[in-house]
Ligand binder design. Structure first.
Ligand code: PMP
Length: 430
């Protein structure tokens, strides 16, 4: 029997890195088995340490929207690298990138570049608290906004009580201002504002949620958030780190026609290198240092190589028809998988928004975290591994959305659907 390089690397990795990975979901804990160690990626594919090719439906968890190693992005990075790696001083490229983001996302008049989604949401929250002079924040169960202390929180014991930390090392004091409510529940948010209206600094939400599988907000829910925030002097923060430039140009706010006060961006805007951002009106953003009293900074913020990858990606996604094609690919995949499952007699459905999709082993797509958790996770795990054997890499957890890129053409999608058909057949027989 040949020894798998993935197994060997995983064994070695676990000696020097906690769990063998630098971000927990990569460890395959939820689905079991050995994570694949990736050696290279191109277009819709990547290859693991054993030389096996996979159709990749993660795209680095969102950034690879134009496909892996797009030649124009790679060239921009190479050219930028020859001019120096980091200056810690402003560049023209950052000006261009800020101008581009402000042009594409009308709610953003000014933007600050950072290096991760966590920084973007954490800084947006600080700004919201600084601008309103209030402490309390509202988030929704199942939405992930990065790993800042006050956001690692789950709902308290009673409805409308403040939250409990979901991570060791987060003092209860740090989450005592965070109220966690159910996604898509207009009644709860009305009640929350009824109880605490004058104390709430902001509501932060993923307008298309991608961290509890894919769950779309209802238009009424987002509309209610907008109206309640306005009425009570709280700020509405759209965390579009995942859905920004993913569900369409202009993000979820353009899709739903709702204007948030602050927006967090990430993933796509870095095209695979570390760029994230937060922005809003010029008046709000003027409260940031060095103009205002809200402090935030970063050694590598606006890094020239990362900005080169991001700007080139932003250029590519503006090609005519880009999102029509991306959406058509996600639709073809979601509908093809649903049909195949139906034909094989497996309870399954799928949904999509732009280039994001969700796969569910349930009759209907979930509308909130509790419904998502009620899905058949054991079945997902079996499906995941069987698809992996077939050379198709979906997210290694039932809680995650998937992503198609511009490089996922019809042939790649159809190959995936045929592989899934074989797997559904096995599932039914099992
Ligand atoms: N917000 C959302 C909606 C995300 O999906 C993520 C990452 N998955 C983050 C914030 C945090 O981003 P990062 O991992 O770059 O810190």
């Amino acid at each position: 029997m040949t020894i798998s390089k993935n197994d060997t690397l995983f064994e070695r990795a676990q000696k020097t890195t906690p769990g063998g990975v630098n971000s927990p979901v990569r460890a395959f804990r939820s689905v079991g088995g050995t994570p694949r160690f990736i050696t290279r990626a191109e277009g819709p594919y990547f290859w693991d340490a054993d030389g096996k090719r996979y159709i990749d439906y993660i795209g680095s968890w969102g950034p690879a929207i134009v496909g892996h190693a797009h030649p124009e992005v790679v060239q921009a990075v190479q050219e930028a690298a020859t001019r120096g790696l980091s200056f810690g001083a402003p560049t023209e490229a950052e000006v261009l990138m800020a101008e581009e983001i402000c042009r594409l996302v009308p709610s953003i008049e000014q933007v600050r570049l950072v290096s991760s989604g966590t920084e973007a949401t954490m800084s947006a929250l600080r700004l919201a608290r600084g601008a309103t002079g209030r402490d309390k924040i509202v988030k929704f169960e199942g939405c992930y906004h990065g790993h800042a202390d006050s956001l690692l929180v789950k709902a308290g014991s009673g409805l409308l009580t403040f939250g409990n930390p979901t991570s060791a090392g987060v003092p209860e004091d740090f989450v005592k201002h965070t109220l966690v409510l159910d996604y898509n529940d207009v009644g709860q948010i009305e009640e929350a504002f009824g109880n605490f209206g004058g104390e709430i600094a902001c509501v932060i939400v993923e307008p298309v949620a991608g961290n509890m599988n894919l769950i779309k907000a209802t238009p009424e829910f987002l509309q209610a958030l907008r109206e309640l925030c306005t009425r009570h002097g709280a700020l509405l923060i759209f965390d579009e780190v995942m859905c920004g430039f993913r569900v369409g140009l202009g993000g979820a706010q353009a899709l739903y026609g709702i204007t948030p006060d602050l927006t967090a961006l990430g993933k796509v805007i870095g095209g695979g290198l570390p760029v994230a951002a937060f922005g809003g009106s010029a008046e709000l953003m003027s409260k940031m240092a060095p103009l205002g009293a809200v402090y935030q900074a970063g050694t590598l913020s606006g890094n020239p190589i990362a900005v080169a990858a991001g700007m080139t990606t932003l250029k590519l996604i503006q090609q005519p028809g880009f999102y029509d094609k991306l959406t058509a690919s996600a639709k073809r995949l979601a509908e093809g998988l649903t049909d195949a499952a139906f034909e094989e007699g497996v309870t399954f459905c799928a949904d999509y928004e732009g280039g994001m999709f969700g796969l569910y082993f349930s009759e209907q797509p979930p509308r909130n975290y509790a419904e998502m958790m009620a899905g058949d996770r054991a079945r997902f795990n079996t499906f995941f591994h069987a698809m992996l054997d077939e050379g198709v890499y979906f997210a290694p957890a039932a809680f995650e959305a998937g992503f198609v890129s511009a490089a996922h053409d019809d042939a790649v999608i159809d190959e995936t659907i045929e592989a899934a058909r074989r797997v559904f057949r096995q599932l039914k027989a099992a």
